[in-house]
Design a protein around this ligand. Structure first.
Ligand code: ADP
Length: 502
């Protein structure tokens, strides 16, 4: 089975959040499960620098509307997976992230930048593809690839089936209606049962409407997005497409995130030898200037600093946390006002709060290993990766019961301790007081060393590898192949042939 995996991010070269990591790990797992996968991604500057010998395999002159011409380069990633890089420096070689400029603003031409990604994905999935390699399935990831199924629908000649994966429905790729022409989309696409969304155009809606199958990154999030509270205006559409929607829990890169081999850690440790974890706590406190108080638990957090992640709740109870006493080591970047509130807390309690603004892979690993517990008070969380890293690092997570957090973290109570499923702490209400209550509960459990060891063991023994997810995606791809065969057999041409044969 041949799969074209289209994505706007690819770790380690371009990563804004979970999608970058997933785009590196899932195709590798699909490959291991026997599929022929190619990753289609814009040729951002770090990718061009990493693959100076990438081979030119196709050219797309005037691919439609006002979209700029582009070249398609092929390279091989370290793990042997072929990469197809869309080379269009005017769109993709810029300072900033995949979506934002250095000042944190969306690039003004994001519709064109990701229109081109979608357009080329569609061209490679149709009969006019310049490549000999033809995918059976085009797998589109998040809004930047959402227009691909719409392009394919209106171009005709689709040779691949389409899957649209939602990694975060809050980002929807909404642009003014008059961008339709620049994007080279048929005017017929601008309809309620098309790409139109409240008088504007939405890339995400295009994907949700035109793709044959929809997946999202946890079973709980698949249910949540069908409700008005989490559906961002798409709940009705998703309920309508309910039979085509599946939640598949992400895996994690168990090679990069393994406390027994993690080269970012000053001391490695494993399930049977946990001593090194204490050394990581000491080193982390030292690095961050936090007091070395043996009876004081240390909470870690590595996150985008946004409303979604609920870090405002943490800021609201900062003074109470300092008095508990407890310490917090936070790494992240995002909303400037929230960053400032957290920084002022750290300035008031330098021995208790450490806030590091920016992106730092090494420190993220050191926080996972050095903290006693990990905080994720998210308002919503499609899947979340850090709670799975925490479980693997013997750092029980404290999470709100939403999305993938609800699917992976089991609250510590008598019943779950008895059946060996307890692995963290879960609260339901979105409030600072609910978070504080759960933090208090976790601290009292932390003081019980036997109980704590059990909690750590339960988490560390879980399997979060990608194999399960890869098998689930394979089943979806295979189902699309079966459906295609059945549709062909039912087509008028097939009926004619059958008639002639008879
Ligand atoms: P999201 O994709 O919503 O941001 P996820 O938990 O799915 O959240 O994935 C976020 C990933 O990015 C995790 O691997 C996390 O460790 C990493 N990350 C987020 N912020 C930072 C940061 N400031 N420094 C290092 N890694 C970070």
């Amino acid at each position: 089975m041949k799969i074209l995996f289209a994505t706007p991010e690819l770790a380690p070269w371009m990563k804004s959040g979970g999608l970058g990591e997933i785009s590196a790990s899932l195709p590798a797992a699909l490959h291991e499960a026997g599929m022929d996968v190619r990753i289609l991604v814009p040729a951002y500057a770090p990718l061009l620098a990493a693959f100076p010998d990438a081979k030119l395999v196709a050219e797309f002159a005037h691919p439609g509307g006002n979209l700029l011409s582009a070249r398609l380069l092929e390279a091989k990633a370290g793990n042997g997976l072929p990469l197809l890089l869309i080379d269009c420096p005017a769109y993709y070689v810029r300072a900033g992230s995949a979506y934002l400029d250095g000042a944190g603003n969306d690039f003004a031409d994001n519709h064109l930048r990701f229109g081109l990604l979608s357009r080329i994905a569609a061209l490679l999935a149709g009969s006019a593809s310049p490549l000999r390699w033809r995918p059976h399935v085009l797998h589109c990831n998040d809004w930047p690839c959402g227009l691909a199924p719409a392009y394919l629908h209106f171009m005709g000649g689709a040779t691949a089936s389409t899957v649209m994966s939602i990694h975060n429905l809050a980002f929807q790729g909404i642009f003014p209606a008059d961008t339709l022409e620049a994007l080279g989309l048929s005017a017929a696409a601008y309809a309620i049962d098309g790409v139109e969304y409240w008088g504007r155009l939405s890339f995400m809606k295009a994907g949700l409407h035109y793709a044959q199958r929809i997946t999202t990154v946890s079973p709980r999030y698949a249910e949540e997005i069908q409700t008005e509270a989490f559906g961002y205006g798409f709940a009705g559409l998703l309920r309508w497409r309910n039979r085509d929607l599946t939640g598949i829990l992400n895996g994690i890169d168990t090679r990069a995130w393994d406390p027994a081999t993690d080269t970012y850690l000053p001391r490695r440790y494993e399930f049977a030898h946990m001593k090194g974890k204490g050394a990581n706590k000491t080193a982390l406190r030292q690095r961050l200037g936090l007091a070395q108080e043996s009876s004081c638990p240390l909470f870690g957090a590595v996150s985008r600093i946004t409303h979604q992640k609920g870090l405002d709740l943490l800021a609201d109870i900062g003074e109470e946390i300092a008095q508990l006493p407890a310490q917090v080591a936070l790494l992240g970047a995002g909303d400037k006002r929230l960053e400032a509130a957290l920084m002022s807390l750290a300035a008031r309690h330098p021995e208790r709060f450490s806030v590091t603004l920016g992106y730092d892979e090494g420190l993220a690993h050191q926080i996972e290993a050095g903290a006693d517990m990990f905080l994720m008070p998210s308002r919503f969380e499609p899947c979340g990766l850090n709670q799975m890293y925490s479980l693997r690092y013997g750092t029980p997570p404290i999470v709100r019961a939403t999305g993938g957090l609800a699917d992976t973290v089991v609250d510590c109570n008598e019943a779950t301790l008895a059946d060996d499923t307890a692995n963290g702490f879960v609260f339901a209400e979105i409030s600072a007081q609910a978070l504080l209550g759960t933090i208090r509960r976790a601290i009292s459990a932390w003081h019980d060393t036997t109980l704590w060891r059990k909690l750590q063991c339960n988490g560390m023994l879980l399997d979060f590898g990608w194999a399960k997810a890869a098998a689930a995606y394979k089943e979806i791809y295979a189902g699309l192949g079966e459906k295609k065969k059945a549709d062909r057999a039912r087509s008028p041409a097939a009926a004619d042939k059958a008639g002639t044969a008879a």
